[in-house]
Ligand binder design. Structure first.
Ligand code: DGL
Length: 264
């Protein structure tokens, strides 16, 4: 029997768990190493050169330590900068996470789409190029959120986060006068992997219903394609690594993201 593949999933914090959850669903046969670079969180507050200088060598160390068959950069703030550097430097296949502007613009009926990401992601030339190439005539509003990723981390860690704080980060995404305005925003791209952690609250706090576009299912399909046909689904275990080396006390809360495995 061949060994199960190891998939390394990397983010600045806990946001990449929303991508991991989909990959685990698609590939229960794999072994998972989830790495949260919490020592450097939030990436959205760092400059571009700093992120490249941090992530590229760190991924090299993680590849040496875990010998993964595939690496997923489950972070828009990093992927919009580092993918070409990683592919140049390391042999292992990489899958990144970038704002899902193309499918969002293809499906918007009002032709008005918002992209909600970190301040870093919405500033990137990479993101601007996606809009130039794939807006398909839609009016695209870029919304850089300073705090939503941190609010999501806090909520997942069991801290109280007020509706008011979340609604304030969300408000600039909603252009228009209300649900009956034919020119209102009808689609919001979740361009930060942390945001789906707050999905129930985003839906509840939105001034009117919109389609929320989360790229995680598409990423999971891509990972599965690259790995080839699945082996026997035997839940081969999972590891959770924090770069700060803080002891993690979240195992119970994190289990659903790992498909029921208890991350070591
Ligand atoms: N989860 C990361 C992303 O997808 C960003 C959070 C951070 O600022 O570190 O962009």
């Amino acid at each position: 029997m061949t060994a199960p593949p190891t998939i390394l999933v990397f983010d600045s914090g806990l946001g990449g768990l929303t991508v991991l959850r989909e990959i685990v669903g698609a590939r229960p046969d794999a072994h998972y190493a989830y790495v949260a670079d919490d020592a450097f969180f939030p990436y959205g507050h760092h400059g571009e050169d700093e992120i490249i200088a941090r992530v590229v060598p760190l991924i090299g160390e993680l590849i040496a330590a875990h010998t993964p068959d595939l690496v997923v950069i489950a972070c828009n703030t990093a992927s919009t900068l580092v993918m070409s550097h990683l592919r140049e430097r390391y042999q292992v296949p990489f899958v990144g996470t970038v704002p899902a502007i193309k499918p969002a613009c293809a499906s918007s009926k009002t032709r008005r789409v918002s992209v909600l990401g970190t301040r870093g992601t919405v500033k990137r030339e990479y993101t601007r190029a996606l809009i130039r190439d794939f807006a398909q005539g839609c009016d695209v509003t870029l919304v850089g959120s300073a705090d939503l990723a941190s609010l999501a981390e806090r909520a997942l860690s069991g801290e109280a986060v007020s509706d008011r704080a979340i609604a304030a980060e969300l408000a600039p995404c909603f252009i228009g006068t209300g649900a009956s305005d034919p020119h209102r925003t009808d689609t919001v791209v979740l361009a930060c992997t942390h945001y789906p952690l707050l999905m129930d609250r985003l839906v509840r706090l939105a001034p009117w219903p919109v389609d929320w576009v989360d790229p995680a299912p598409a990423i999971a399909r891509r990972v599965s394609e690259l790995l080839g046909p699945p082996g026997r689904a035997d839940h081969t275990g999972a590891e959770m690594i924090f770069t700060s080396k803080r002891p993690h006390t979240l195992s119970q809360a994190l289990m659903p993201f790992f498909g029921g495995r208890v991350p070591a």
